[in-house]
Design a protein around this ligand. Structure first.
Ligand code: ADP
Length: 275
């Protein structure tokens, strides 16, 4: 369980990015974090693992008060938090397997990681995870030979290889096409359900957030202005979050994509039946 209490962040520039943000996320719950650009989504995600230092408030993960940890303990605590980034942050010239194993680096002594000697249990886990994300046939490929969706799957497997207690996911679909975006979101949600992992996903796309999250938190100018199930995200709530921005257009475009995917699925089924 993650508990964020009265979190406030004021950058040195005087920008107040977060004001008094409080919420908690139980095991297995996937939270979609939405809000217009500049609302504080990235700051919030980064305050949770202290890539950004909060100005006040607390972040607790299970038995640990992350906000009180000193450098060494913080490094150890960060192993318990898997991060998945928009730009995948893979090492291009390493193989898929090596990228996934790099999720263990926080656990493996330096000399072993330097010689790339990982314990057999770590390697077995990496094979299992590659299988889970549908990439077992690609373990030996170099990361730079993969498609965008495949790269994001490697990013997911690498975060899971850390054996985390929480997933923080920053714009996982920002550079993917709509169909691949839905596949990636579906995979993330299934994995969280299976393993009881709580997750916070910073997601720009409201429709994807609604479709795949268990709960939506809406930020506006650094404050939580909505916190509830996707079904409660009314037009009034969306206007509270996005103001005058035309989110109806966003919605229409995405539902067209979903329809196209449904059609594709039906066509494939028809094709299979005709064989
Ligand atoms: P979002 O992810 O929702 O787009 P951010 O968390 O990036 O929002 O930004 C929230 C606010 O904090 C914005 O006003 C932004 O300009 C400001 N901000 C973000 N990062 C920094 C920084 N490193 N230094 C100063 N201000 C920042």
């Amino acid at each position: 369980m993650l508990a964020v209490e009265n979190l406030t962040k004021v950058y040195k520039t005087g920008d107040k990015a977060l004001t008094d943000v409080s919420f908690s996320v139980p095991k297995g719950q996937v939270v979609g974090l939405i809000g217009p650009s500049g609302a504080g989504k990235s700051t919030l995600i980064r305050c949770v693992n202290r890539l950004v230092e909060p100005s006040s408030g607390s972040v607790r993960l299970n038995d640990l008060d992350i906000t009180r940890l000193r450098a060494g303990d913080l490094r150890r605590a960060r192993r318990r938090i898997g991060m998945i980034f928009q730009e995948y942050a893979l090492v291009e010239r390493l193989t898929v397997m090596e990228n996934v194993l790099s999720g263990r680096l926080g656990y493996v002594p330096f000399w072993r990681s330097f010689t790339r000697r990982f314990p057999p249990a770590d390697i077995a886990m990496a094979f299992r995870l590659l299988d889970r994300v549908g990439l077992s046939a690609h373990a030996d490929k170099r990361a730079d030979a993969l498609s965008g969706g495949q790269r994001q799957r490697v990013g997911i497997a690498r975060a899971l290889e850390q054996d985390p207690e929480l997933l923080l996911i920053d714009e996982p679909t920002a550079s993917l096409d709509p169909k691949t975006s839905r596949q990636i979101m579906r995979l993330i949600v299934e994995i969280c359900r299976e393993s009881g992992l709580p997750a916070i996903i910073n997601i720009h796309d409201v429709v994807l957030a609604q479709q795949f999250s268990d709960r939506i938190i809406g930020l506006q100018a650094g404050r939580v202005v909505f916190d509830g199930p996707p079904t409660a995200l009314s037009e009034e709530a969306l206007t509270r979050i996005y103001g005058a921005e035309d989110w109806t257009a966003m919605r229409q475009g995405a539902s067209d994509d979903a329809r196209a995917e449904d059609e594709e699925r039906e066509q494939t089924k028809a094709l299979m039946r005709s064989l």
